[in-house]
Write a protein that binds this ligand. Structure first.
Ligand code: ADP
Ligand code: MG
Length: 698
């Protein structure tokens, strides 16, 4: 067994209490895990600033001196402690709001202290709030080493397991117990070819560094390792799946597609649509099962691509199905697809939870005897009673509402697994798609049909709401319709519903001569449908709703989308909502309504929405602002294993780079069987066993 897989309890000085804390708060249980607890910062203990030199633009300073006063100010929740600290060149105020007992114990007037913190100006004077504090160690200052600082939880600190303690454990483990003998996880060849520091050296540098230049090299090496193994794992699995999963091999595009293309298609496909259909066609001819993701912004025409793919399947005497996340969306797909092929010999049916028993029985029977060519529906398609005569293609629309397991369920609907096409309107940056949807090939529809006018977006403060009404009235007089969307989250549900109903009353009052309808999740399904229907048919002019309208509704006549409390939505959700307008020929508008006081990043988010309608740019910005874990629709997908040092947003280039290298490795050795690659194969298995929790990947 690899010594690095040893339980951390075997580290001298690490008792059961700390072990539990490590496991619970940091998910660390082996030597290897601990070594991958990287310092988040290094303090240059040789660099000491003087108080008189402090300026406004210093991010962090280290000071060495003594306390000359300490007092408690205020009472109760307002209570804080203030101390004066001097180093002979000046004085600076130090302030604490928390942990006052601890401060009281630590601070004295006799010892020399080192302080580390960020100075800020207050009333024309500098102070430091909550600095790191420790007794000065002259020997260490003289030695001038970089001191690693480790992240710890409050609980850990309370139990004495602070950064200093971790430093000691690290030393005990690495320099005493392991004596730095850490095997490499990367092959010798890769180390050589890409000029990487070996693992043992990199870990030594990260935990016991000499200077910043060597840290950079070590960081690169460990980031490389993390990202490389993610890509290697994904790509190897794909090789294995492709090998295992034969697929239905299509030999012809079929007469249906050519008939459709020649006589029935209502418009010329965009180049992007053509390219994607071609990519799908190539997959279908390959003899392997297709697993392809189509990313295309709202309105980019994914439905047409889906239809053409289905016509290929049907033209090859096979059946196709298309699954959507909501009943409304499934119905719209059914209607849209039916009208595309209304003069063609293609039979389409719709199956949802509310299909009448009689119809359901008939549909299921006709499906099983092969008389139905295309079945459109909701989750109902996954039920065991749904049996196909010969399913050749399964399409899932709006991927982020479904998961890996549901896709897998679709596979089982044929003896030879059907080809799978997944469509999403959530643009995901390439680097992220490469990792999150690693098991899928990705096609991108990056072009909108001609003649679309980009939605014009404006940011409005809610206290100026009345100024908007003249404009809204003008739109209504032109015969357009308006959406007003309110956020709704569980935690503040009752307040959110109150805002929604107040908004409904406000609009009814402000636009008395128009019909206003309201839609939200608490309504009975038939009430909800009726309200949606009244808006879709144009009977209602204004729809006040929660985000239930995010997916689905297609009302080309709606030209205004007002998003209330827009600050509470993420970028990609705002983009999705905005996609509900701009579907017709008219100029459309999106109004982002927020409160006046906004945090900086919220302001940035609104500005991005105002500046661009490009979903990919928005997704990139989202990734930058929020980090990969929070991108809508991907948080549940998760990564195959946790990243400790690399960052998908910041290290996008390295993601691409390691991807290419992993591809090269696997091109020579698809299943990692060569002796050279044994170490990497082993590492992959270790990582796989360690932290994938399939149950959370939904
Ligand atoms: P989405 O990608 O959001 O699912 P849809 O498939 O609903 O987009 O298409 C949006 C609208 O654009 C539909 O009304 C569709 O008929 C129309 N459309 C699709 N492709 C084209 C095209 N090549 N030229 C013109 N209109 C198109
Ligand atoms: Mg669609």
């Amino acid at each position: 067994m690899d010594i690095l897989q040893t339980d951390i309890k075997h580290i001298t000085g690490l008792g059961p209490k700390w072990r539990t804390l490590f496991m619970e708060d940091m998910d660390i249980s082996t030597f290897d895990d601990l070594l991958q607890l990287y310092p988040y910062r290094y303090v240059d203990r040789s660099r000491i600033y003087q108080i008189r030199d402090i300026t406004n633009d210093m991010p962090y300073v280290q000071l060495c001196g003594r306390f000359i006063s300490l007092q408690t100010i205020g009472t109760g929740r307002q209570q804080r402690m203030s101390a004066m600290f001097t180093d002979g060149t000046g004085q600076i105020e130090i302030v604490w709001f928390k942990g006052l007992n601890y401060v009281q114990q630590q601070v004295n007037y006799n010892d020399e202290f080192m302080l580390f913190g960020k100075p800020s100006a207050f009333n024309g004077r500098y102070n430091i709030v909550h600095p790191e504090l420790e007794r000065a160690d002259r020997a260490q200052i003289a030695a001038g080493t970089l001191q690693p600082v480790y992240n710890t939880s409050e609980k850990m600190k309370k139990a004495g397991l602070n950064s200093k303690a971790i430093q000691k454990l690290m030393n005990q483990l690495f320099n005493v117990q392991l004596q730095a003998s850490v095997n490499d996880t990367l092959s010798y060849r890769i180390l050589q070819e890409y000029h990487l520091v070996n693992r043992s050296t990199a870990l030594r540098i990260l935990h016991f560094p000499k200077d910043h230049r060597e840290i950079e090299k070590a960081v690169f090496r460990m980031k490389f390792e993390e990202l490389f193994f993610i890509q290697l794992g994904i790509l190897r699995n794909r090789n294995i799946n492709k090998h295992k999963q034969g697929g239905i091999q299509f030999s012809q595009a079929g007469s249906l597609l050519s008939d459709f293309y020649a006589h029935h298609i209502p418009f010329e496909p965009t180049n992007a649509q053509k390219r994607v259909v071609h990519e799908i066609w190539n997959d279908m001819c390959s003899g392997h099962q297709m697993n392809r993701l189509i990313q295309g912004d709202v309105g980019s025409g994914k439905t047409l691509v889906a239809l053409m793919a289905m016509l290929i399947a049907v033209g090859n005497k096979l059946q196709a199905c298309m699954m959507a996340p909501t009943e409304i969306l499934a119905t719209q797909h059914y209607e849209g697809l039916s009208s595309f092929v209304k003069d063609m010999p293609v039979r389409i049916e719709l199956l949802t939870g509310s299909t009448k028993k009689k119809d359901r029985t008939r549909i299921l029977a006709d499906l099983a005897n092969g008389e139905i060519d295309i079945l459109v529906g909701t989750h109902a398609l996954l039920e065991d009673t749904v049996v196909y005569a010969h399913l050749g293609l399964a399409i899932v629309d709006e991927q982020h509402r479904f998961g890996v397991q549901q896709r897998a369920k679709l596979w089982s609907k044929g003896i030879v697994p059907p080809h799978i096409l997944v469509m999403t309107a959530t643009p995901i940056p390439r680097t992220l798609a490469m990792t999150v949807y690693g098991d899928l090939d990705v096609s991108i529809i990056d072009e909108l049909p001609p003649g679309r006018k980009p939605v014009r977006t404006e940011h409005y403060f809610h206290n100026k709401r009345n100024n908007l009404n003249a404009f809204l009235r003008q739109q209504l007089q032109l015969g357009r319709q308006i959406y007003v969307v309110y956020p709704l989250i569980e935690e503040s549900e009752s307040l959110d519903y109150k805002n929604l109903t107040e908004g409904f009353e406000y609009m009814k009052d402000a636009f008395k001569e128009y019909n206003v309808c309201m839609v939200h999740g608490k309504m009975k399904p038939d009430e909800k449908d009726a309200a949606m229907q009244s808006f879709a048919s144009g009977q209602s002019h204004i729809m006040v709703a929660t985000t239930v309208i995010e997916v689905g509704v297609n009302v080309p006549n709606a030209s205004v989308m007002i998003i209330e409390s827009a600050e509470r939505f993420g970028l990609s959700q705002l983009h999705q909502l905005r996609g509900r307008v701009g579907r017709g020929a008219d100029q459309s508008y999106c109004i982002l309504m927020t409160s006046v006081e906004l945090a900086n990043d919220t302001r940035q988010r609104m500005q991005i929405m105002v500046d661009t309608t490009d979903g990919f740019r928005i997704a990139e910005a989202d990734l930058q602002l929020r980090g990969p874990g929070n991108i809508d629709g991907t948080q549940q997908s998760g990564l195959p294993f946790a990243l400790h040092i690399a960052d998908l947003a910041k290290d996008a280039k390295l993601v691409q780079y390691t991807r290419e290298i992993a591809e090269k490795v696997l091109a020579d050795d698809p299943y990692l069987q060569s002796p050279d690659n044994q170490g990497m194969a082993q590492r992959l298995n270790q990582l796989k066993n360690s932290s994938i929790n399939w149950s959370v990947i939904s």
